[in-house]
Design a protein around this ligand. Structure first.
Ligand SMILES: NC(=O)c1ccc[n+]([C@@H]2O[C@H](COP(=O)([O-])OP(=O)(O)OC[C@H]3O[C@@H](n4cnc5c(N)ncnc54)[C@H](O)[C@@H]3O)[C@@H](O)[C@H]2O)c1
Length: 244
C-alpha cells in the first residue's frame, strides 16, 4: 500500500483523527503521517480538509455528534485501508459565556460534540480496534477537565465528562487490548482562541502552546513506546496547572 506524503513509508497502522481541518487536529494528522500512519482526517468543514489531503490523508466530512456520520466514516476507512488501529477524538467546540446567559440548547450541543461524539466514535470504531494488535484511543480533553474556569460551564462540564469516559473505557477496554488515554492541553494558539482571548492570556503572562506540542504527545501515546500507558491523563500546558 502506498503512503503518499509519509516521510518513512507505511508503518502498517491506520489512524482516524477528528477535527483535522485545522489547529491541533491538522497538526496531529501531519505528525502521524510523518510517523508513517495512513490517516483518515475527519471534520465538519470539508473545505478546511484540503490541507490534510495535501499530506496524503483520506479526508471525510462528518459531524462527530452524528451517529450515521460515524458509520460512514468508519466504513470509508475500512473500505480504503481494511483496518483501523488508532482513534484520536480531537474535535471540540468552546463556549465562553456566563452561566446566566447559557441556554440548554447550547449546553447540550457542547456536550454532544465534546463528549457524545467521542463515545459514538469509539463505539463505531470498536469492532476494528478489537482486531488490531496495536489499538489505541486518545481523547483530547483540556486543563478545563482538571479545574473549573469561570464562563466555561458547558465546556468544562463536557471535558470532565470526556475525562470520565476515558477512565471508564481504559478500565473496560484494557483487558480487550485497547489502550485509552487523555491529553489535557492548556492554551494552544489555534482558531479556538479568539484574538481577544490570546491578547488577554498574553497580558496576564500565560504561555501559549503550539498545535505541534499536542501532536507530539499524541504521537507518543499511540506509539509502541507507550504500550504500557493506559488510563493516563497528560497535561500539555507549559507548566501552568502546576502554578494554579
Ligand atoms: N486551543 C486550546 O487552547 C485548547 C485547549 C485545551 C483543549 N483544546 C481542545 O483541543 C481540541 C482541538 O481544538 P483546536 O485548538 O485545534 O481548535 P480549532 O477550533 O482550531 O479546531 C477544532 C476543529 O474541530 C472541528 N469540529 C468542530 N465541531 C465538529 C463536529 N461536530 N464534527 C467534526 N468536527 C468538528 C472544527 O471544524 C475544527 O476544524 C478540541 O477538543 C479543544 O476543545 C483546545
Amino acid at each position: 500500500m502506498t503512503s503518499k506524503g509519509s516521510a518513512r513509508g507505511w508503518n502498517g497502522r491506520v489512524a482516524l483523527v477528528t477535527g483535522a481541518a485545522r489547529g491541533q487536529g491538522l497538526a496531529i494528522t501531519r505528525r502521524l503521517r510523518s510517523d508513517g500512519f495512513e490517516v483518515v482526517a475527519c471534520d465538519l468543514d470539508p473545505k478546511g480538509l484540503a490541507e490534510a489531503s495535501e499530506v496524503g490523508a483520506l479526508v471525510v466530512a462528518m459531524d462527530v455528534s452524528n451517529e450515521a456520520d460515524w458509520s460512514s466514516a468508519i466504513a470509508a476507512t475500512v473500505e480504503r485501508y481494511g483496518q483501523l488501529d488508532v482513534l484520536v477524538n480531537n474535535a471540540g467546540i468552546l463556549r465562553r459565556v456566563a452561566v446566566d446567559e447559557e441556554s440548554s440548547e447550547q449546553f447540550r450541543n457542547t456536550w454532544e460534540v465534546n463528549c457524545l461524539g467521542p463515545f459514538l466514535g469509539i463505539q463505531a470504531a470498536l469492532p476494528h480496534l478489537l482486531q488490531s494488535t496495536s489499538a489505541a484511543i486518545v481523547n483530547t480533553c483540556s486543563t478545563s477537565a482538571l479545574k473549573g474556569f469561570p464562563l466555561h460551564a458547558s465546556y468544562c462540564a463536557s471535558k470532565w465528562a470526556l475525562r470520565g469516559l476515558t477512565q471508564a473505557l481504559a478500565a473496560e477496554l484494557g483487558p480487550r487490548g485497547i489502550r485509552v488515554n487523555a491529553i489535557m492541553p492548556g492554551p494552544i494558539e489555534t482558531q479556538m482562541l479568539s484574538p481577544e482571548a490570546v491578547r488577554r492570556l498574553r497580558e496576564t503572562g500565560s504561555k501559549l502552546g503550539r498545535p505541534e506540542d499536542a501532536a507530539a504527545l499524541v504521537s507518543f501515546l499511540v506509539s509502541a513506546e507507550a504500550t504500557f500507558v493506559s488510563g493516563a491523563e497528560f497535561v500539555v500546558d507549559g507548566g501552568q496547572m502546576a502554578s494554579r
